[in-house]
Structures are given as structure tokens and as C-alpha cells.
Ligand binder design. Sequence first.
Ligand SMILES: [Zn+2]
Length: 63
Amino acid sequence: MFSCPNCQSKDIGKIGINQYYCWNCFIELSLAKGLIHTHQVEEDGTLSSLDDLFDENERRYSS
Ligand SMILES: [Zn+2]
């Protein structure tokens, strides 16, 4: 398991194939090619990427 790149919480729930949700800071996480991609769910339901906020090193995970 990995920890949230945003808040370092491990309180992460699975919501789909390679898709996770952080219950601590309420962002969506998806895993692809060894990197964690982060998305914020906007009030209108759209997703905006938060990847710019994190260094690539912070978004790596090992399975
Ligand atoms: Zn989090």
C-alpha cells in the first residue's frame, strides 16, 4: 500500500481499478506506470489534476 502524497495518510480506500480515494484530505488518487496521479473533485463533480503540486519523487510508489 502507499500513502497519500498530499497528507501522507494511509487511510486510503479503493474506488475502482487503480483508483483510490484519500479519506483524510478527500482527493482522488490513481496509479499509472509507477506514479500516483492526484485529482481534486470540484463542487460540480469534475476532476482537476493536482500533480503540479508534487514532485515526481513524491508520487512514486512501489507495489
Ligand atoms: Zn490525503
